[in-house]
Design a protein around this ligand. Structure first.
Ligand code: FPP
Length: 253
């Protein structure tokens, strides 16, 4: 089989990449700047990652932007993150739309302000029919919340008599989880040096390859992303290709 970028894109590359974007605060502190400076810089890394996934033809990219536990951070930082989300939703969505990206925010949005929820609704509406990269941004998301939320929906169906308790199985539950309409993540990347999942997609990453890098999120660029993908491909070895070959091919894209 000829090894070209098309073959690699279609057969070897992960269909769905999920990323725990960690290290913004430390990146800023290392520069004697406030932590929020790191979050702002982190938006550039988000942009680059979206562009890279689009270029490679990856189907879904899921980013952990704000966990259900992040509310415990200092009020100032939480407020700045909310403003940043609003800003990104206002400024970037048109660009995403132009690039055929479909944006979906996953998580419990009930705790967000009305203006943020309105922006989320408009972004969903604007990009709903796009056929390019599916970009999922996890906000006030927790893996345990996702499972509990799915269970609650099934319980409601049982209560209203449209589902029998004995018919509940993994497939039924999976249908109610976030991103049920998408391929499950093949590759989970965590930046920032910690080696844990932090209540991210607990159900969906059951079979994902895990990749941890010390790179802090604001420094996460195409080269580091390509390294993670090369590592994933080498682990999969579907065409017996090596990480080096993939890196070379990715460099040509
Ligand atoms: C983790 O770094 C990062 C976050 C909690 C926020 C991530 C948000 C962005 C990158 C900007 C907005 C993105 C989108 C998609 C709208 P940390 O603060 O935990 O870093 P630390 O571990 O060094 O303290």
């Amino acid at each position: 089989m000829v090894l070209d970028t098309d073959t690699i894109s279609q057969q070897c590359l992960p269909k769905h990449v999920a990323i725990i974007m960690d290290g913004n605060g430390r990146w800023a502190q290392a520069r004697n700047r406030p932590r929020v400076f790191g979050h702002k810089k982190g938006v550039d890394a988000v942009r680059q990652s979206v562009q890279f996934c689009t270029k490679l033809g990856i189907e879904s990219l899921t980013l952990f932007a704000f966990s259900s536990e992040n509310w415990r951070r200092p009020e100032d930082e939480v407020n700045t993150l909310m403003e940043l989300f609003l800003f990104v939703l206002s400024k970037e969505v048109k660009k995403l739309h132009k690039n055929n990206v479909k944006l979906t925010i996953i998580g419990d949005l009930s705790r967000f302000s009305d203006s943020l929820r309105d922006k989320v609704d408009s972004a969903h509406e604007l990009t709903a029919n796009n056929t390019g990269l599916q970009l999922n941004v996890a906000a006030n998301y927790g893996g345990r919340w996702d499972v509990a939320n799915a269970a609650k929906q099934l319980a409601e169906q049982v209560a209203e008599g449209t589902l029998r308790a004995e018919d509940i199985n993994e497939e039924r539950l999976a249908e109610k989880m976030c991103m049920a309409d998408q391929a499950q993540p093949d590759l989970l990347i965590r930046t920032g040096g910690d080696v844990r999942i932090s209540n991210f997609l607990l159900w969906q990453i059951a079979y994902a390859e895990l990749y941890f890098t010390d790179t802090l999120w604001p420094d996460f660029d195409e080269a580091v992303f390509a390294e993670a993908i090369a590592c994933y491909v080498a682990r999969e070895r579907r065409f017996g290709c090596t990480g080096e070959q993939i890196k070379q091919l990715l460099a040509q894209t």
